[in-house]
Design a protein around this ligand. Structure first.
Ligand code: GAR
Length: 229
């Protein structure tokens, strides 16, 4: 079967790009990266792409007078490379509605929270502030409203009492590197449909058990006296 041609759009480090490179390097991978595109000339992810022998393009957003012109340049590169699916991987530019609609159900994003919780920036600090016991990441189809769209895969990650935003980000990032390749494989294998604003995934099962956080302490452990009121 022909491999799905994907472009990975980045702005920085590119660790999710690396996870997708790994996923696409398997002999039986259902997708291939035909283009890595960055809006930042200094993005470290560009080196990762070059090391993997992938075609790269830099489209510096500062050189464009408006978003529409920038998006038109992106679109041109994507079409030239005959891209079938766009994977946003830490791509930190807002895209115009026209671009998003043009690539409707052919553009996915990874976001470091369990959407619809914590859209936008500083997700880990906000999760800690809210005191949630789980956070995680979401791979979703892109819609015009930021960080919305039909959810394909989520990974839940526990929050630990001693976490700060950096330690939590590192734990979530590990989950991102599992979730993004899984979402890509499901799409490339033709197993993901979008119906009424939600995805339907064929031949997949959900875990059957709840995950609790915190886990129970031994019965003889001394309770925290400050919790007795
Ligand atoms: C990832 O944590 C990704 O979820 C996040 O940026 C990071 C990019 O890391 N994306 C967003 O916040 C988008 N709203 P990476 O460059 O190492 O893949």
């Amino acid at each position: 079967m022909a491999r799905l041609k994907i472009a990975v759009l980045i702005s920085g480090r590119g660790s999710n790009l690396q996870a997708l490179i790994g996923a696409c390097s398997a002999a039986d991978a259902p997708a291939e990266i035909v283009l890595v595109l960055s809006n930042e000339p200094a993005a470290a992810g560009l080196q990762r792409a070059a090391a993997a022998g992938l075609p790269t393009r830099v489209v510096p957003h500062r050189e464009f007078t408006d978003r529409a012109a920038f998006d038109a340049a992106l679109d041109r590169h994507l079409r030239e490379a005959e891209v079938e699916l766009i994977c946003l991987a830490g791509f930190m530019r807002l895209l115009t509605d026209a671009f998003v609609e043009r690539w409707r159900d052919r553009m996915i994003n990874i976001h470091p929270s369990l959407l619809p919780a914590f859209p936008g920036l500083n997700t880990h600090a906000r999760a800690l502030e809210a005191g949630v016991r789980f956070t995680g990441c979401t791979v979703h189809f892109v819609r015009t409203e930021m960080d919305t769209g039909p959810i394909i895969v989520q990974a839940a990650v526990p929050v630990h009492p001693e976490d700060d935003a950096d330690s939590l980000a590192a734990r979530v990032l590990e989950a991102e590197h599992q979730a993004y390749p899984l979402a890509l494989r499901l799409i490339a294998e033709g197993r993901v449909g979008v119906v009424g604003g939600r995805t339907v995934i064929s031949d997949a099962a959900a875990p059957s058990e709840a995950l609790l956080n915190p886990v129970a302490l031994p019965a003889d452990a001394a309770p925290d006296p400050s919790c007795r009121n």
